[in-house]
Design a protein around this ligand. Structure first.
Ligand SMILES: [Zn+2]
Length: 55
């Protein structure tokens, strides 16, 4: 019952924040300072593992 309602709400929230950030990078690499629209585990540019959310 409540479980599916919660999941629906999370999806809506995700869609909304994805739209808000559509034209600005959301993450950047602390090693090479490259900016990304995706949260990578490892940086595609320098292969570093310090891709973090931009404040
Ligand atoms: Zn990098």
């Amino acid at each position: 019952m409540g479980l599916f309602e919660d999941m629906g709400r999370k999806v809506e929230k995700f869609k909304q924040s994805a739209t808000d950030n559509a034209d600005a990078p959301t993450h950047h690499c602390l090693d090479c300072e490259e900016e990304f629209f995706t949260d990578y585990d490892a940086c595609p540019e320098c292969d570093g593992d310090h891709v973090v959310l931009i404040d």
